[in-house]
Ligand binder design. Structure first.
Ligand code: AHM
Ligand code: MG
Length: 331
């Protein structure tokens, strides 16, 4: 067995923590809270179909409620796991309107965690991959516990760590603390995430583009020119398309195979649909760490200054070559 077969995410995090000066173990304890919560979430996601079956034959009123339940369960799993970590001062979730203060007044609390507990949850009832995304920020020097928003309204370039878990044909956790991107597959037999994708790098060019093409009529014209170019071979070959409708799963494929994923502005969502803090930023951080590029269609995503927690942003993320082709287009 090679070393990588034996390395659990916990061991890996401990090793990565040594890169932080004055590392005390609290950062790895924080990350272990996230890995624990995602194991709880994946156990629930894996049972979602069974609950459906019982519901059809029994007295339980299913569908909408179950999905809602899973969103809430996922949110609670992360909140609970992170609330027991003293180093966490603020939590912000897609499921909660406001940022939450935890460990009020605790001087040890120096991190904020922003997350989407169950991204793409409308895909659950058709057995399609969903995911969890997270972003970790350090408490700004001047931020007090009275203003939790200030902890999280930082550009993505300030992220200390970011990652996601995709609950797909297997459960995979991908994370970075700013020194490369590493992927771990959950081994259900032992209940541990085991290193399966060390030092992930995005291919320089891929075969696929990924976008909701039903919205093309309302994309800014530049996006349609780009998509046409991808289809007609203008960029070296004729691209094929893949679109799952779960950002985490679509990004995971793009990370492994290269290509480009886009969620442009549309008529319904003039600022794009995806959320800057807990969807676009973690993905942008990982993309850059893996040698890719992420923008809001114009500027580097990680430089965007957030003004509100649930702010939306257009997202274009992918391999170097596709992103250069897009950037070369005139407005
Ligand atoms: P959600 O956070 O409400 O689940 O929505 C986000 C999801 C992303 O995972 C995905 O990329 C996008 O919505 C798909 O949107 P659309 O159905 O408009 O293509
Ligand atoms: Mg989401």
């Amino acid at each position: 067995m090679s070393d990588s077969n034996l390395l659990t995410v916990q061991q890996h995090i401990l090793r990565e923590q040594l890169r932080f000066s004055g590392a005390s173990g609290e950062f790895s304890f924080l990350l272990s809270g996230i890995t624990l919560a995602t194991k709880i979430i994946q156990a629930q996601v894996r049972r979602a179909g069974l609950v459906d079956v019982l519901g059809e034959h029994g007295e339980v009123n299913v569908q909408g409620e179950i999905q809602q339940k899973l969103d809430v369960i996922a949110n609670e799993a992360i909140v609970q796991a992170l609330t027991s970590r003293a180093s966490v001062g603020v939590l912000a979730s897609e499921e909660n309107e406001e940022a939450m203060i935890v460990h009020k007044g605790d001087k040890e609390a120096k991190y904020a965690v922003v997350f989407d507990p169950l991204d793409g949850s409308s895909n659950i009832d058709v057995n399609v991959s969903v995911g969890t995304t997270f972003s970790i920020l350090r408490r700004p020097d001047d931020a007090s516990l009275d203003s939790p928003e200030a902890w999280v309204l930082q550009p993505g370039s300030e992220q200390v760590a970011a990652g996601y878990v995709v609950y797909g044909s297997s459960t995979i956790l991908v994370y970075s603390v700013g020194h490369g991107v590493h992927g771990f597959t959950l081994d259900p037999a032992i209940g541990a995430y085991v290193l399966s994708h060390p030092n992930m790098t995005m291919p320089d060019r891929g075969k696929y583009y990924s976008v909701n093409e039903a919205n093309t009529d309302s994309f800014p014209e530049k996006y349609n020119r780009y998509l046409a170019g991808l289809r007609n071979g203008q960029y070296g070959h004729k691209y094929s398309s893949r679109y799952i409708g779960s950002m985490v799963a679509d990004f995971h494929r793009t990370l492994l195979k290269g290509g480009v994923f886009l969620y442009p502005p549309t008529e319904d969502n003039a600022e794009g649909k995806l959320r800057l803090l807990y969807e676009a930023n973690p993905v942008a951080f990982l993309a850059e760490q893996a040698g890719g590029v992420a923008t809001d269609g114009k500027n580097r995503m990680l430089d965007v200054n957030p003004t509100s927690i649930h702010q939306r942003v257009p997202l274009v993320v992918g391999s170097k070559a596709e992103m250069a082709d897009f950037a070369a287009l005139e407005e």
